[in-house]
Ligand binder design. Structure first.
Ligand code: GUN
Ligand code: ZN
Length: 436
């Protein structure tokens, strides 16, 4: 069919309006048993009951019948590392050894653009297979890795965020830039990519350990000049990381105080991990409207600690949930929700499946300040959609026989689901998973 032909998806529609308060808060979402979604020119132009919309469709509309599956907003992954596709499943001690032994060597390969292009192809296939339509990635410190990353996203029409990792110390020489070159290269990449099609640039100082004060100052200057860009970094992930950081920045009030001193905080700032936070740091995050990103599979795999969602959200801090590939162990947001649920269970913070599903979609869109564009299926939003099948495997089909409510179905998807549960992934209205 012609690429600009209107397309109607028929099936069960689930779209969040806001964060659900509890298990009975059905006002927080739209749910239509026989619903449909009209997609034209990459955006959603109608959403409602099939019986109501069917009679007034544009004449050349293609109708795709996804019944009995669940049509939802595409998943959003607000923290992962594009050059770590070949780092996943590396047997290491904890964070710093894992970085030195596996991650830095793997990232060095991205000096060669053709390596980045090959990895980008597999990386985006993995996202699409898992129903993820938007992600925020760290590229390597090589500008060409950023070009490979955004070029592939552009080919696929995806809304992606990312940036060149800035790092000028405590890493192999081959990966190190300088404060000045990291500023110049990031600025050139930002000017090339930010706002081009669906691409958005994220200024990316890796973390305080791998940046000199001069480099953090450069990152702060860049953010000040381009406040509509995102900024991403890591914080308070691991005890050894925190001690080393405090040695490197002895005058800072605490870890967050370093980023605060260099002007890196704000409503577009994404702080990966935020596990070992003190009260002052929580207060500053709230004041600056900075975002905490939970990476459960990574936190468990690297033995980093337990993210305290209730404490962060109780302070009024926005949170996201992410895979953190390749410290994280799975591309699937369903697998990630499952592990996140267990991390919170250990702390007696039991999440309802409405809330977990909200988190991976509209919650993450709000964490990125991109609600209104992505994260739900409202008219006028971008047509990034995933179609979920809770009975995709023999074992889940058997379990599905006993499911009687939407909440139970979502919980089954989260607990046993993975890429096999994703029947289709639409990017800007185009089917991408089954395109071949
Ligand atoms: N801290 C600094 N770099 C990294 C990284 O690549 N992964 C994780 N999990 N933490 C980091
Ligand atoms: Zn990370």
């Amino acid at each position: 069919m012609a690429e600009n032909q209107p397309r109607l998806l028929r099936g069960r529609i689930l779209s969040f309006k806001r964060q659900p308060m509890n298990a009975t808060d059905t006002e927080a979402f739209h749910y239509l048993e026989d619903g449909c979604l009209l997609m034209e020119g990459g955006v959603i132009t109608a959403m409602g009951e099939f019986a109501n919309l069917n009679s007034s469709l544009p004449p050349d509309t293609e109708i795709v019948d996804h019944r009995p599956h669940l049509i939802c907003a595409g998943f959003i992954d607000p923290h992962l590392h594009f050059p770590q596709v070949q780092v996943i499943a590396s047997w290491a001690e904890q964070l710093l050894d894992w970085l030195n032994d596996y991650t830095f060597p793997a990232e060095q390969k991205f000096a060669d653009k053709s390596h980045g292009q090959r990895i980008a192809s597999g990386f985006y296939d993995a996202l699409i297979d898992n129903g993820t339509t938007t992600a925020v990635a760290y590229c390597s410190s090589h500008p060409n890795s950023v070009n490979a990353y955004f070029e592939e996203a552009e080919t696929r029409g995806m809304r992606m965020l990312g940036g060149k990792t800035m790092m000028d110390r405590n890493a192999p020489e081959e990966l190190c830039d300088t404060a000045q070159t990291s500023y110049d290269d990031s600025k050139a990449l930002l000017e090339k990519w930010h706002g081009r099609g669906r691409a958005l640039y994220a200024i990316t100082p890796r973390f305080a350990i791998t940046s000199t004060p001069e480099q953090l100052e450069a990152a702060g200057a860049l953010l000040k000049e381009h406040p509509d860009c995102h900024l991403q970094t890591h914080i308070n992930e691991n005890h050894n990381e925190i001690s080393f950081t405090r040695e490197l920045y002895p005058d800072a009030k605490d870890y967050l105080g370093i980023y605060e001193d260099y002007g890196l905080l704000g409503s577009n700032t994404l702080l990966g991990h935020c596990i070992h936070m003190n009260d002052r740091e929580l207060g500053v995050m709230k004041e600056t409207d900075s975002v905490a990103v939970f990476c459960p599979t990574s936190n468990l795999f690297l033995g980093s600690g337990l993210f305290n969602k209730a404490q962060l959200e109780g302070t009024g801090i926005r949170t996201g949930i992410a895979t953190d590939i390749g410290g994280g162990t799975n591309y699937s947001l369903l697998r990630t929700l499952d592990e996140g649920y267990k991390v919170l269970q250990l702390q007696r913070q039991r999440l309802h499946p409405f809330e977990t599903h909200y988190w991976a979609t509209l919650g993450n869109a709000k964490a990125l300040s991109l609600s209104g564009k992505i994260g739900n299926l409202e008219v006028g939003t971008e047509a990034d959609v995933t179609v979920l099948d809770a009975a995709a495997t023999p074992a889940t089909a058997l379990r599905m026989e006993t499911v009687t409510t939407l909440a139970e179905e979502l919980f089954l998807l989260q607990t046993l689901g993975d890429d096999r549960s994703i029947r289709e992934t639409y990017v800007a209205g185009r089917p991408m998973k089954t395109r071949n």
